[in-house]
Design a protein around this ligand. Sequence first.
Ligand SMILES: Nc1ncnc2c1ncn2[C@@H]1O[C@H](COP(=O)(O)OP(=O)(O)OP(=O)(O)O)[C@@H](O)[C@H]1O
Ligand SMILES: [Mg+2]
Length: 417
Amino acid sequence: MGSENYIVGLDIGTTKVCAIVGRSAGHSVEIVAYGVSPCSGLRKGVVVDMDVTVESIKKAVEEAEASSGLSIKAAYVGIAGSHIKCFDSYGATGIKGKEVTKGDLAKVIDSASSVYVPLDRDVLHILPSDFIIDGQDGIVQPVGMSGVRLEAKVNIVTASHSVVENLLKCCERAGVRAIDVVLEPVATSRAVLNDDELDSGVALVDIGGGTTDIAVYKHGRLRDTSIIAIGGSHLTNDIAIGLRLSQKEAERVKKTYGCALADSVGAAEEMDVAGINGEEKKIPRRYIAEIVGPRCEELFGLIRSELKDHLLYCAVLTGGTSLLTGIDRLAEAALGLPVRTGTPQRGSLSAGTVYESLRSPVYSTCVGLMLYGLDSEYESCIHEDVMDRVSRWFKNWRMPRIKQPFKQSIRVLTDKI
Ligand SMILES: Nc1ncnc2c1ncn2[C@@H]1O[C@H](COP(=O)(O)OP(=O)(O)OP(=O)(O)O)[C@@H](O)[C@H]1O
Ligand SMILES: [Mg+2]
């Protein structure tokens, strides 16, 4: 099997960096290795300390390299944070009564993408949300259909240029070339959502350490994305302040005793905590629920207002904070939707010990980034030049890194086209 079959997802999160190496084998994908390293170089999804971030990337990548025996030179890198802005655009082209070709599709998306983007912003994705032929909307796959006029509605995802640049610099300094910078919820959805959810209408809510990323899918397409700058670190901070504990102890207490619903904790339940002088004490467990519960309610209040324009079938929680006891029930009540916790699904992933170790909501984004990379290679892209570029990138996969700035380009996500 050639080296070009290896794909690496690199999730640079607020609490950890994770690198996952996947290998395509026919119709299935084998997760070969992974590496994880704690990271404190980001705040709310944005790099604030480059040296710390570079070190964490190096450690995670080295761990993945050591267990796979491969030399990682490039990866699909995730991005999130409140600097992400999405807007809708629209384009049209004439098809003169003939069949729609891939070229027509490229043309109509080009036309929808021809919008002014400020110089301080980079376009990450152009996501088609609807195709219309002669006034008939809701067309999923226009290629091969006949008509006179083809229209496209697209969602353009942009990021702050400086944030992207700093993320890329960290990767470069850690010796990893970013093949593509991918909006995290777009990647995560590939790892945790099933076709039924994607079609019927789902809100994917990734509650990480520093941010909560929301993506709404319906009829198989991304309809909306938003990012709230609240995550598990806020809960830890609230516990540290509320119970006068160090951050480390507050984090331990949250993971061991944390609960989002005060009424599900028995009145007599106690927990052991170490005060800032190291003294052990017992305190009622419901204290923690009384601190964490209101913060979770605040978060789900914000999520509810982000989702108010969408008629949905269910919500899927993922990210490390979705492991908090009772958060799914609190979410169900707050959102008025059935809720499940999403972990990387088997889908095309082949079973194995590495896959089993990654079956946690903590790894959803990184597995999704790896799957996104595979899709970019195997799905037909709309723009031929984009396809050529992707093929070139893969040919250079194990070549020595060429020192040149990452050229931000407009990417078209084919998402089910
Ligand atoms: N069992 C648990 N109970 C409660 N919270 C947990 C548990 N396990 C992990 N967490 C929290 O999950 C968060 C980390 O989640 P995750 O790894 O998804 O974040 P990240 O990807 O590093 O951050 P972000 O996506 O915000 O940049 C931390 O705040 C951690 O405390
Ligand atoms: Mg994350």
